[in-house]
Design a protein. Structure first.
Length: 288
């Protein structure tokens, strides 16, 4: 299994949805898209093995990949949507949901993010009136100086956990933690259009994108950067995005119309198990 298939516990979510034990998901025969992507669905320079399927969220990603000469795409929707299927108890906001959860753009093990977090605080104060939770990626959350910028501003500061790398230290509940936190808020915002904004909008949070978008250290130009995103989707890069506009976009980009059933996922991923070991995740009953 390509190690990125484990990011954010995606393989664990898909295994549970397919009726398999989620604690140690079997190998996915192919590459699973792990985040919103404006290119071919995967990280730049991913070394694809010829003939291996590429499981992506949306047909827009598939079409871009084809335009680049890539093949073997299968559109199945985002793992986030399968998580929602697994947790109908989180279909509605928490009774005391209030305020905004803000996701500053982040770096990762190989690249740091460059920018002024104090400017992000100023932007939040300009646009938000209720309580604010700032969710930092693990990379920035581990930096006390960055955390302090937000705590000194009076914001609640959290992280959803570690996404994992090379099959190590994956927080299999990363996305579930994110879903639970989103349900505590009425708005979701970021300084860049991102997966987190799409996830929040998909469950009815009013989205916003504003503030210094920051820079990713040595960001590869093939993705087109923020200029391309703002050029393609100007209506989504504003402090208050109309929810109907956001939902039309997120439904398409997350692949709402492309969800597969448990049996289809098992077939696509080549998860061929004894039927007696398959369990319906919604009822905990053995599938016949």
């Amino acid at each position: 299994m390509h190690h990125a298939n484990h990011f954010y516990g995606h393989a664990h979510i898909m295994a549970r949805y397919a009726g398999l034990p989620a604690g140690d998901p079997p190998t996915i025969w192919g590459y699973l898209q792990h985040g919103w992507n404006i290119l071919d669905g995967f990280a730049y320079n991913t070394a694809f093995v010829p003939g291996m399927p590429k499981f992506v969220w949306s047909d827009t990603v598939r079409r871009r990949g084809w335009s680049m000469g890539l093949r073997d795409y299968a559109v199945i929707g985002a793992a986030w949507l399968y998580l929602l299927e697994l947790h109908p108890e989180l279909a509605a906001p928490a009774p005391d949901a209030a305020g905004t959860i803000f996701y500053p753009f982040h770096g990762w093990e190989g690249q740091n993010v460059l920018g002024d977090h104090a400017e992000i605080v100023a932007s939040i104060n300009e646009h938000e009136t209720g309580p604010v939770t700032v969710c930092l990626y693990w990379n920035e959350f581990g930096n006390e100086a960055i955390r302090q910028v937000y705590t000194d501003a009076g914001f609640r500061v959290i992280t959803h956990g570690y996404r994992g790398l090379h099959w190590q230290k994956t927080d299999a509940d990363f996305l579930l933690k994110q879903l639970k936190e989103l349900r505590k808020h009425r708005r979701v915002a970021s300084n860049r259009l991102s997966s987190a904004v799409l996830y929040g909008a998909s469950i009815g949070l009013q989205p916003g994108v504003y503030g210094d978008p920051m820079l990713l250290e040595n960001e590869h130009p093939s993705f087109g950067g923020q200029a391309r995103i703002r050029r393609l989707w100007p209506e989504l890069n504003q402090p208050y995005v109309p929810l109907d506009v956001a939902r039309a976009f997120t439904d398409a980009e997350l692949g709402v119309e492309h969800l597969a059933g448990p049996a289809e996922i098992r077939d696509l991923f080549r998860w061929n198990h004894d039927p007696a070991t398959l369990v319906d995740p919604r009822t905990a009953k053995v599938l016949s």
